[in-house]
Structure formats: structure tokens, C-alpha cells
Design a binder for this molecule. Structure first.
Ligand SMILES: [Zn+2]
Ligand SMILES: [Zn+2]
Length: 267
């Protein structure tokens, strides 16, 4: 029933396994007609071992996915992209790679904030103050308005370490969902968060994401959504239990789920 996935990693990031072609073979077996590779962005002049591949691996990544694109073109449409952060100092790089056709698309993974000296100064998996929460929101909305991104991956990532969805969380969520509607960028229901099982956050046991409160709001506001496998191993492209839970989650929250993306083809 799922026929497209645009959130696929490769071993280059240092925390995923399998050969690129194995992901394609798994996708074929699962009946996908669209497979987008979106490994963690390899960035010039920035190194983050085990989080993202070194920039020296970037060209090989693009070449490998393009070769698979060609090899399997009769059976599946493959895209080459990146999961990239809202790092304004890299927007010109993103723009260039999309503009010259090296990349087909980007998904926004708003994991952390970077200053102009290429230093990470906040990780949004560990938000401890409202100012960090509002920074998450401002960077996200800036990215959504930039025209560079096609999907917002795990948009409720800010809830990773926050136990209670308080009034600040509500405000931030509403503004993010409004921006996703205004710029027509779907919100991802991240299947990895489901696959990884419930975690203890304060006294609450829940998936880190997707979160009930955020997606209840997204459903009410009629935002468009898309499933993202966030696969870090080939067999994670089709994990029946997690997909069952994800579909149930989408139904329970009245989400408008897109099958495939039209927007990727515009770049
Ligand atoms: Zn990853
Ligand atoms: Zn990811």
C-alpha cells in the first residue's frame, strides 16, 4: 500500500548499513514505485563523523545512486537527495546542487543549529529552554520558506526530550504547520520513530516521534503529510509492524497522506 519513500540513508553516514543496491532491491520487493535516497548531508568544510559522511564521499554517493537510477529505470523511479539541516550558511551550496541537477531534492531534518563559523551550538534532540524551542521553529520556517526543501522530516523532532506539550510547544507547532501549508511542503510521519519503539521521556513512555499532539493539530489544520521510512538498513524499507502502526497513527489523527510527491520533479 505504500508506494513511495523519500527518506533513505546509506552506509556513508556512519550509522547505516547495507549496499546502495540492496536498498533498491528491497524497495522493488516491497512494491515501491518511487525511492528517494536522502543520506545525511555531506557538507564541504564540515566534518561530523558517525552523523554524516565526509564531503569526500559526496560525489561517489551521487554517482552510485545515478547508476542505480539508470540500471533500474524500467522498474522504479530513483531520486538522489539529501537530508539536510536548516544551516543558512549552506543554503548557497544546497541551491547550487539543486540548480545544477546534481541533486533532485532535499528533505529538511532540523536536528541542530549551526553558526556562521560552522559550529553546532544547539541540538534539538535536547531542548531545555523555550529559546531553543523558538530557534527550532524559526530555523524550520526559514527553511520551509526557502524553496529548497521538498519534505519536512520528523517535524516534531523538538519533542524528542520534552515531556509535556505545553503552550510554547503548541504555538511552535501551529506556526510550523501553518508554514508547511503555506509553502506546500508535506510533514513527514517518521516511521523510524515508530520502529524504534517507545522511550521513557520523563514519566511518559511514548515514541520520540511522531507525537500525538503535533499530528492531532496537523490533522485538524489539514496539512499534507507523507510517510518516511528513515531507513538505515535495507530491510527497514519494509517493516510490516512499523508500517501497520504508522498507517493506524495516520488514520487516528485524520492525516491527509500523500502517496507520492509531485514537487520533486520540479527541480
Ligand atoms: Zn541517521
Ligand atoms: Zn533521516
Amino acid at each position: 500500500m505504500l508506494t513511495a519513500n523519500y527518506h533513505t540513508h546509506t552506509k556513508r553516514c556512519g550509522h547505516a548499513v547495507g549496499e546502495d543496491e540492496d536498498y533498491v532491491l528491497e524497495a522493488l520487493g516491497a512494491g515501491y514505485h518511487d525511492l528517494g535516497f536522502s543520506d545525511h548531508a555531506m557538507l564541504p568544510n564540515f566534518s561530523e563523523p558517525f552523523v554524516r559522511g565526509d564531503f569526500s564521499l559526496f560525489q561517489g554517493y551521487v554517482d552510485s545512486i545515478n547508476a542505480l537510477k539508470e540500471k533500474y529505470k524500467e522498474r522504479i523511479t530513483i531520486y538522489v537527495g539529501l537530508e539536510a539541516e536548516a544551516f543558512p550558511c549552506y543554503y548557497s551550496f544546497y541551491k547550487e546542487m539543486l540548480g545544477n541537477g546534481v541533486l533532485d531534492y532535499l528533505i529538511l531534518g532540523n536536528h541542530c543549529a549551526m553558526n556562521d563559523d560552522h559550529k553546532i551550538y544547539t541540538r534539538f534532540s535536547q531542548i531545555t529552554s523555550p529559546s531553543q524551542l523558538y530557534l527550532y521553529k524559526d530555523l524550520a520556517i526559514g527553511a520551509l520558506s526557502s524553496g529548497l526543501f521538498s519534505i519536512f522530516a520528523h517535524p516534531d523532532y523538538f519533542m524528542s526530550s520534552i515531556e509535556n506539550f505545553d503552550s510554547d510547544c503548541k504555538k511552535v507547532s501551529r506556526e510550523i504547520i501553518q508554514a508547511s501549508i503555506a509553502y506546500d511542503i508535506p510533514l513527514e510521519v517518521n516511521v523510524a520513530g515508530i520502529r524504534n519503539g517507545k522511550k521513557q521521556i520523563g514519566r511518559t513512555s511514548r515514541w520520540i516521534y511522531p507525537t500525538d499532539e503535533f499530528f492531532t493539530m496537523a490533522g485538524k489544520m489539514k496539512a499534507k503529510c507523507v510517510f518516511g521510512m528513515d531507513a538505515h538498513a535495507p530491510n527497514q524499507l519494509y517493516n510490516e509492524t512499523a508500517i501497520y502502526e504508522a498507517v493506524k497513527f495516520a488514520q487516528e489523527h485524520n492525516l491527509i497522506m500523500l502517496d507520492a510527491l509531485a514537487k520533486i520533479k520540479q527541480h
